[in-house]
Design a protein around this ligand. Structure first.
Ligand code: AHR
Length: 503
């Protein structure tokens, strides 16, 4: 039997709520149809935002939303997306399917959507094809309350008060779609662009996020940090508050990502092994960050993560629409456990993407909407937001899979919230057998106040519009008390959340 040893007396880093953040890009049916249908739509909406989607997302306690991209960000010109809807410029979305972007969802609509969600705002600026002035003026438009050309323009467009901007990204993937830059070149441009992102007196000044690496590109991390830290006053820590990291699980590699729904056991384990690789990536980049920033003032911002498969057959390949199975529930569970455990450095992460694109929490079809297995995991894990990580480890954790796709059978993380309630999240990565976990704490007397599970007998299971509840969050009845304490019987390929309270 595997033991989960928890030290409730050993409190570690705070799990920033923003680790449970999301990402929404002008890509496929994420923004248009998924989020925004316009005020005249027959689909119930509030100021154009789908009411069903907003209601479902509010249950997740979404802490932060990143927008407008992604690769789209580096060809987005924000002035095209303000003013009377009918007069907004139309453009081609060259990255994503070559479709017409009519700019009907722009800055005002993004802040309205975040208001409805009650979340923080993370805007990603255009460095790849936009000028310093354009980026600088966007900040002025969003955040300045006084008299100035951009603040006056905002007022002319119907918004008197500035909005609260929480994070601003200076370019996206500038090593690739954001300009194919070299790290030193980007580092220098970052220094220049960020200089003109003025703080106009918001109570909580926005934080600047510098473009970090793709997966294991340590050369980028080092090159950017060497450039931004050179001749930079110590208190400005490389002119940044966050450094991003992007990592996607492509089970068969970039060229042969594989189907979202049709896979065998070997690909199941291969996918989970690749998801677990997030831990090594965080360690690799965090070690370099430690050299420049040993006090951890700069947050690691994993602002794109998730599984990326072949697009659903019959859909536009440029729209990146994919189904979401129990495998995705496990990918989310292990990744979030890793983020929790590295919350000393990882202080924001954004799942890619929110609706209808890649590893989404929601899928829509016309007026219908469904919650994916990933949604249910994000919901169960919401209790970790803002809680303190507790020291915890597994003893006797068996292996699952085999050969190069061998993975530890269980994944875990544990936290304690302000009320002293412990949240335990566990994933059983085996699609072949269950596992009993004995849960041991420093002191006896903890009992289960709430227990939930996401699982399905068939690990290919997913929700579709004919059957939207095949995989959902259910009450978990697999806990047993013994003389030694508590044991949880985890079904194969399951994710379990336990809340423990002192009796
Ligand atoms: O999320 C889809 C794309 O993946 C984003 O636009 C880009 O940043 C990344 O390569």
């Amino acid at each position: 039997m595997t033991k989960l040893i928890i030290s409730e007396k050993t409190k570690q880093s705070r799990i920033a709520p923003e680790i449970y953040g999301h990402f929404s890009e002008h890509l496929g049916r994420c923004i248009y149809e998924g989020v925004y249908v316009g005020e005249n739509s027959e689909i119930p909406n509030v100021n154009g935002m789908r009411a069903d989607v907003v209601n479902a997302l509010r249950e997740l306690k979404i802490p932060v939303l990143r927008w407008p991209g992604g690769c789209f960000a580096d060809e987005y010109h924000w002035k095209d997306g303000i003013g009377p809807a009918g007069l907004r410029k139309k453009m081609i979305n060259t990255h994503w399917g070559g479709v017409i972007e009519d700019n009907s969802f722009g800055t005002h609509e993004f802040f309205e959507f975040c208001r409805q969600l009650g979340c923080k705002t993370y805007v990603n600026g255009n460095m790849g094809s936009g000028a310093v002035r354009e980026m600088s003026e966007w900040i002025e438009y969003i955040t300045f309350g006084g008299v100035s050309p951009m603040a006056d323009l905002r007022r002319k467009n119907g918004r008197e008060e500035p909005w609260q901007l929480d994070y601003f990204g200076v370019g996206n993937e500038n090593w690739g779609c954001g300009g194919n830059m070299l790290p030193q070149y980007y580092g220098n441009k970052y220094r220049q662009y960020q200089t003109y992102l003025r703080h106009y007196g918001q109570k909580e000044p926005f934080q600047k996020v510098c473009c970090g690496a793709n997966a294991d590109d340590a050369d980028w991390t080092r090159g950017v940090l060497e450039t931004t830290f050179k001749r930079c006053p110590d208190f400005l820590h490389g002119f940044m508050d966050g450094l991003s990291l992007h990592y996607y699980v492509h089970p068969g590699g970039w060229e042969n990502k594989g189907s979202a729904t049709e896979f065998d056991k070997n690909i199941w384990y291969q996918s989970l092994r690749k998801a677990l690789y997030m831990d090594a990536l965080i360690n690799m980049h965090a070690a370099i960050m430690d050299e420049f920033d040993p006090e951890k003032r700069i947050a690691m911002v994993v602002d794109e993560w998730g599984a990326w498969y072949d697009a659903e057959p019959g859909t536009n390949p440029g729209f990146l629409y994919q189904q979401n199975t129990v495998r995705d529930a496990l990918i989310a569970a292990v990744t979030l456990n890793i983020f929790n455990k590295r919350s000393d450095r990882v202080r924001m992460a954004c799942l890619a993407q929110m609706v209808n694109v890649l590893q989404s929490v929601l899928l829509t079809e016309g007026s219908k909407m469904l919650k994916t297995p990933t949604y249910h995991v994000m919901r169960m894990y919401r209790h970790h937001q803002g809680a303190r990580l507790l020291a915890s480890r597994l003893e006797g954790n068996p292996e699952a899979g085999g050969g190069e796709n061998t993975v530890p059978k269980l994944s875990e993380s544990v936290s304690m919230d302000a009320e002293g309630v412990i949240t335990v999240t566990l994933g059983n990565l085996s699609c072949e057998s269950g596992e009993t976990v004995e849960i041991l704490t420093d002191e006896p007397g903890w009992s289960v106040s709430e227990a939930k599970i996401v699982a399905a007998a068939d690990f290919h299971s997913y929700n579709d519009f004919a059957n939207s509840d095949r995989v959902s969050e259910l009450d978990f009845s697999g806990c047993e008390y013994s003389a030694k304490g508590l044991a949880a019987n985890l079904a194969k390929s399951s994710v379990v959340m336990l809340r423990l309270q002192k009796k």
